[in-house]
Design a binder for this molecule. Structure first.
Ligand code: ADP
Ligand code: MG
Length: 260
Protein backbone atom coordinates (compact mmCIF):
# COMPACT_ATOMS: atom_id res chain seq x y z
CA UNK A 1 0.00 0.00 0.00
CA UNK A 2 1.26 3.49 -0.81
CA UNK A 3 2.20 5.37 2.34
CA UNK A 4 1.31 8.98 2.95
CA UNK A 5 4.93 9.79 2.26
CA UNK A 6 5.08 7.90 -1.02
CA UNK A 7 7.47 9.85 -3.22
CA UNK A 8 7.77 7.65 -6.27
CA UNK A 9 6.53 10.64 -8.28
CA UNK A 10 9.10 13.10 -6.91
CA UNK A 11 11.48 14.19 -9.68
CA UNK A 12 15.24 14.34 -9.18
CA UNK A 13 16.59 17.70 -7.89
CA UNK A 14 17.29 20.29 -10.60
CA UNK A 15 20.47 22.30 -10.65
CA UNK A 16 19.76 25.94 -9.76
CA UNK A 17 21.84 28.99 -10.57
CA UNK A 18 24.07 30.65 -8.02
CA UNK A 19 22.43 34.06 -8.47
CA UNK A 20 20.53 35.07 -5.35
CA UNK A 21 17.24 36.88 -6.09
CA UNK A 22 15.96 37.13 -2.51
CA UNK A 23 17.95 37.08 0.69
CA UNK A 24 16.37 37.47 4.11
CA UNK A 25 18.95 37.83 6.88
CA UNK A 26 18.03 37.90 10.55
CA UNK A 27 14.52 39.14 9.77
CA UNK A 28 12.33 39.71 12.80
CA UNK A 29 8.85 41.11 13.00
CA UNK A 30 6.38 41.78 15.74
CA UNK A 31 2.70 42.69 15.63
CA UNK A 32 2.72 44.79 18.80
CA UNK A 33 4.12 42.35 21.36
CA UNK A 34 3.43 39.26 19.24
CA UNK A 35 6.67 37.92 17.72
CA UNK A 36 5.46 36.76 14.31
CA UNK A 37 8.79 36.24 12.47
CA UNK A 38 11.74 34.95 14.44
CA UNK A 39 15.18 35.37 12.92
CA UNK A 40 14.29 34.34 9.38
CA UNK A 41 17.22 33.30 7.18
CA UNK A 42 16.31 32.51 3.61
CA UNK A 43 17.98 32.62 0.21
CA UNK A 44 16.14 32.14 -3.04
CA UNK A 45 18.15 31.60 -6.22
CA UNK A 46 17.22 32.61 -9.73
CA UNK A 47 14.83 30.10 -11.25
CA UNK A 48 14.20 28.36 -7.94
CA UNK A 49 10.69 27.22 -7.00
CA UNK A 50 9.97 27.18 -3.32
CA UNK A 51 6.88 25.98 -1.52
CA UNK A 52 6.19 27.29 1.98
CA UNK A 53 3.82 25.30 4.15
CA UNK A 54 2.91 25.16 7.81
CA UNK A 55 -0.03 25.50 10.18
CA UNK A 56 -2.43 28.41 10.00
CA UNK A 57 -1.02 31.38 11.90
CA UNK A 58 2.61 30.25 11.59
CA UNK A 59 3.65 33.44 9.75
CA UNK A 60 3.70 32.27 6.11
CA UNK A 61 1.73 35.22 4.73
CA UNK A 62 3.65 37.67 6.88
CA UNK A 63 6.95 36.29 5.59
CA UNK A 64 6.11 36.67 1.92
CA UNK A 65 4.36 40.02 2.47
CA UNK A 66 7.60 41.31 4.02
CA UNK A 67 9.42 40.49 0.77
CA UNK A 68 7.44 43.13 -1.13
CA UNK A 69 7.01 45.22 2.02
CA UNK A 70 3.24 44.96 2.28
CA UNK A 71 4.30 44.24 5.86
CA UNK A 72 7.31 45.88 7.42
CA UNK A 73 9.91 43.99 9.41
CA UNK A 74 11.62 45.57 12.41
CA UNK A 75 15.00 43.84 12.39
CA UNK A 76 17.28 42.34 9.79
CA UNK A 77 17.58 42.91 6.05
CA UNK A 78 15.72 41.79 2.97
CA UNK A 79 17.53 41.99 -0.36
CA UNK A 80 15.62 41.64 -3.61
CA UNK A 81 17.50 41.60 -6.88
CA UNK A 82 20.43 43.42 -5.30
CA UNK A 83 18.38 46.11 -3.51
CA UNK A 84 18.52 45.88 0.27
CA UNK A 85 15.71 46.98 2.57
CA UNK A 86 16.68 47.44 6.17
CA UNK A 87 14.51 48.48 9.08
CA UNK A 88 14.28 52.01 7.55
CA UNK A 89 12.35 50.69 4.55
CA UNK A 90 13.89 52.78 1.81
CA UNK A 91 13.85 51.68 -1.87
CA UNK A 92 10.36 50.19 -1.58
CA UNK A 93 9.24 51.18 -5.08
CA UNK A 94 12.28 49.61 -6.66
CA UNK A 95 11.67 46.32 -4.86
CA UNK A 96 7.93 46.23 -5.53
CA UNK A 97 8.52 46.66 -9.24
CA UNK A 98 10.51 43.43 -9.32
CA UNK A 99 8.12 41.37 -7.22
CA UNK A 100 4.76 40.06 -8.46
CA UNK A 101 2.20 38.87 -5.97
CA UNK A 102 -0.91 36.73 -6.27
CA UNK A 103 -3.32 36.55 -3.35
CA UNK A 104 -5.91 34.06 -2.21
CA UNK A 105 -8.69 36.56 -2.98
CA UNK A 106 -7.58 37.61 -6.51
CA UNK A 107 -7.80 41.35 -5.59
CA UNK A 108 -8.82 42.45 -9.10
CA UNK A 109 -10.40 45.87 -9.56
CA UNK A 110 -14.10 45.11 -10.07
CA UNK A 111 -14.87 48.29 -12.01
CA UNK A 112 -12.14 47.66 -14.61
CA UNK A 113 -12.28 45.08 -17.38
CA UNK A 114 -9.86 42.18 -17.41
CA UNK A 115 -7.54 43.85 -19.90
CA UNK A 116 -7.74 47.18 -18.05
CA UNK A 117 -6.78 45.42 -14.81
CA UNK A 118 -3.67 44.18 -16.61
CA UNK A 119 -2.85 47.57 -18.20
CA UNK A 120 -3.06 49.66 -15.05
CA UNK A 121 0.30 49.05 -13.35
CA UNK A 122 2.47 49.23 -16.49
CA UNK A 123 0.82 52.58 -17.38
CA UNK A 124 0.89 54.06 -13.87
CA UNK A 125 4.18 52.69 -12.58
CA UNK A 126 6.28 52.28 -15.71
CA UNK A 127 4.74 55.01 -17.85
CA UNK A 128 4.01 52.52 -20.64
CA UNK A 129 1.76 53.90 -23.39
CA UNK A 130 -1.84 52.73 -23.53
CA UNK A 131 -1.36 50.83 -26.79
CA UNK A 132 1.77 49.10 -25.57
CA UNK A 133 0.17 48.27 -22.22
CA UNK A 134 -2.76 46.69 -24.09
CA UNK A 135 -0.39 44.64 -26.26
CA UNK A 136 1.50 43.42 -23.19
CA UNK A 137 -1.77 42.62 -21.41
CA UNK A 138 -3.07 40.61 -24.34
CA UNK A 139 0.20 38.70 -24.56
CA UNK A 140 -0.06 37.57 -20.94
CA UNK A 141 -3.80 36.92 -21.10
CA UNK A 142 -3.00 34.60 -24.00
CA UNK A 143 -0.28 32.99 -21.90
CA UNK A 144 -2.78 32.17 -19.13
CA UNK A 145 -5.16 31.07 -21.89
CA UNK A 146 -8.01 33.54 -21.45
CA UNK A 147 -7.51 36.20 -24.13
CA UNK A 148 -11.20 35.91 -25.07
CA UNK A 149 -12.19 37.24 -21.61
CA UNK A 150 -10.28 40.51 -22.06
CA UNK A 151 -13.28 42.84 -22.23
CA UNK A 152 -15.33 41.24 -19.47
CA UNK A 153 -15.43 42.44 -15.87
CA UNK A 154 -13.93 40.24 -13.12
CA UNK A 155 -17.38 39.52 -11.68
CA UNK A 156 -18.36 37.82 -14.95
CA UNK A 157 -15.53 35.28 -14.65
CA UNK A 158 -15.17 32.07 -12.65
CA UNK A 159 -12.81 32.06 -9.67
CA UNK A 160 -10.21 30.08 -11.60
CA UNK A 161 -10.36 32.54 -14.50
CA UNK A 162 -10.09 35.51 -12.12
CA UNK A 163 -7.01 34.00 -10.52
CA UNK A 164 -5.43 33.50 -13.94
CA UNK A 165 -6.13 37.17 -14.69
CA UNK A 166 -4.40 38.05 -11.41
CA UNK A 167 -1.36 36.03 -12.54
CA UNK A 168 -1.37 37.69 -15.97
CA UNK A 169 -1.68 41.11 -14.34
CA UNK A 170 1.45 40.43 -12.27
CA UNK A 171 3.37 39.16 -15.29
CA UNK A 172 2.66 42.41 -17.17
CA UNK A 173 5.15 44.11 -14.85
CA UNK A 174 7.84 41.65 -15.90
CA UNK A 175 8.67 40.63 -12.32
CA UNK A 176 11.93 38.98 -11.32
CA UNK A 177 10.11 36.81 -8.80
CA UNK A 178 6.51 35.80 -8.18
CA UNK A 179 5.00 35.35 -4.74
CA UNK A 180 1.84 33.29 -4.33
CA UNK A 181 -0.17 33.31 -1.10
CA UNK A 182 -2.49 30.28 -1.12
CA UNK A 183 -3.61 31.05 -4.67
CA UNK A 184 -5.98 28.08 -4.87
CA UNK A 185 -7.46 28.14 -1.36
CA UNK A 186 -10.50 30.23 -2.28
CA UNK A 187 -11.33 28.21 -5.39
CA UNK A 188 -13.94 25.55 -5.93
CA UNK A 189 -12.14 22.21 -6.29
CA UNK A 190 -12.77 21.91 -10.03
CA UNK A 191 -10.87 25.16 -10.62
CA UNK A 192 -7.75 24.36 -8.64
CA UNK A 193 -6.10 22.45 -11.47
CA UNK A 194 -6.31 25.25 -14.05
CA UNK A 195 -4.54 27.64 -11.68
CA UNK A 196 -1.89 25.08 -10.68
CA UNK A 197 -1.34 24.31 -14.37
CA UNK A 198 -0.76 28.01 -15.02
CA UNK A 199 1.76 28.10 -12.17
CA UNK A 200 3.49 24.98 -13.50
CA UNK A 201 3.76 26.70 -16.90
CA UNK A 202 5.43 29.68 -15.24
CA UNK A 203 7.83 27.40 -13.39
CA UNK A 204 8.72 25.63 -16.63
CA UNK A 205 9.49 28.99 -18.21
CA UNK A 206 12.08 29.58 -15.48
CA UNK A 207 10.24 32.02 -13.21
CA UNK A 208 11.60 32.31 -9.67
CA UNK A 209 8.64 31.45 -7.43
CA UNK A 210 7.75 31.39 -3.75
CA UNK A 211 4.41 29.71 -3.18
CA UNK A 212 2.56 29.40 0.09
CA UNK A 213 0.32 26.44 -0.58
CA UNK A 214 -0.99 23.25 0.94
CA UNK A 215 -1.15 21.59 -2.48
CA UNK A 216 1.39 18.92 -1.67
CA UNK A 217 1.09 17.36 -5.13
CA UNK A 218 2.30 20.67 -6.53
CA UNK A 219 5.09 20.76 -3.95
CA UNK A 220 6.23 17.24 -4.86
CA UNK A 221 6.24 17.75 -8.59
CA UNK A 222 7.34 21.40 -8.93
CA UNK A 223 9.25 22.59 -5.85
CA UNK A 224 13.02 22.56 -5.65
CA UNK A 225 12.74 23.15 -1.93
CA UNK A 226 9.95 22.90 0.63
CA UNK A 227 10.03 25.16 3.67
CA UNK A 228 8.07 24.30 6.77
CA UNK A 229 7.15 27.13 9.12
CA UNK A 230 5.74 26.89 12.61
CA UNK A 231 5.23 29.66 15.20
CA UNK A 232 7.20 32.25 13.26
CA UNK A 233 10.21 30.06 12.57
CA UNK A 234 11.55 28.19 9.58
CA UNK A 235 11.64 24.79 11.22
CA UNK A 236 12.86 22.78 8.27
CA UNK A 237 13.77 23.18 4.63
CA UNK A 238 14.55 20.34 2.29
CA UNK A 239 14.06 18.96 -1.19
CA UNK A 240 10.58 17.44 -1.61
CA UNK A 241 12.15 13.97 -1.70
CA UNK A 242 13.71 14.52 1.74
CA UNK A 243 10.84 16.53 3.13
CA UNK A 244 8.14 13.98 2.36
CA UNK A 245 10.12 10.80 3.05
CA UNK A 246 12.30 11.80 5.95
CA UNK A 247 11.03 14.91 7.76
CA UNK A 248 13.56 15.79 10.45
CA UNK A 249 11.43 17.57 12.97
CA UNK A 250 8.59 16.25 15.07
CA UNK A 251 6.59 19.38 14.24
CA UNK A 252 6.95 18.67 10.50
CA UNK A 253 5.87 15.04 10.99
CA UNK A 254 2.80 16.14 12.92
CA UNK A 255 1.87 18.65 10.25
CA UNK A 256 2.30 16.15 7.41
CA UNK A 257 0.32 13.61 9.38
CA UNK A 258 -2.58 16.03 9.50
CA UNK A 259 -2.64 17.16 5.90
CA UNK A 260 -1.56 14.12 3.88
P1 ADP B 1 -0.27 32.25 8.12
O1 ADP B 1 -0.24 32.90 6.78
O2 ADP B 1 0.80 31.22 8.31
O3 ADP B 1 -1.62 31.67 8.44
P2 ADP B 1 0.00 34.95 9.14
O4 ADP B 1 1.31 35.45 8.68
O5 ADP B 1 -1.21 35.42 8.42
O6 ADP B 1 0.04 33.36 9.21
O7 ADP B 1 -0.20 35.34 10.67
C1 ADP B 1 0.72 34.96 11.65
C2 ADP B 1 0.20 35.42 13.00
O8 ADP B 1 0.19 36.84 13.04
C3 ADP B 1 -1.21 34.98 13.33
O9 ADP B 1 -1.25 34.65 14.69
C4 ADP B 1 -2.05 36.18 13.02
O10 ADP B 1 -3.18 36.22 13.84
C5 ADP B 1 -1.09 37.30 13.36
N1 ADP B 1 -1.36 38.49 12.51
C6 ADP B 1 -1.40 38.50 11.16
N2 ADP B 1 -1.61 39.75 10.69
C7 ADP B 1 -1.73 40.55 11.77
C8 ADP B 1 -1.95 41.96 11.98
N3 ADP B 1 -2.09 42.77 10.94
N4 ADP B 1 -2.00 42.41 13.26
C9 ADP B 1 -1.82 41.58 14.30
N5 ADP B 1 -1.60 40.25 14.20
C10 ADP B 1 -1.55 39.74 12.95
MG1 MG C 1 -1.67 33.05 5.31
Amino acid sequence: MASAYDTTDVPAPRPVSGEVVIRMAGVQKWYDSFHVLKDIELEVHKGERIVICGPSGSGKSTLIRCINQLEKHQKGTITVNGVTIDAHHRHLDQVRRDVGMVFQQFNLFPHLTVVENCMLAPMRVRGTSKQEARDIAMKYLARVRIPEQADKYPGQLSGGQQQRVAIARSLCMNPKVMLFDEPTSALDPEMVKEVLDTMIGLAEDGMTMLCVTHEMGFAKSVADRVIFMDRGEIVEQATPAEFFTNPKSERTRNFLGQIL
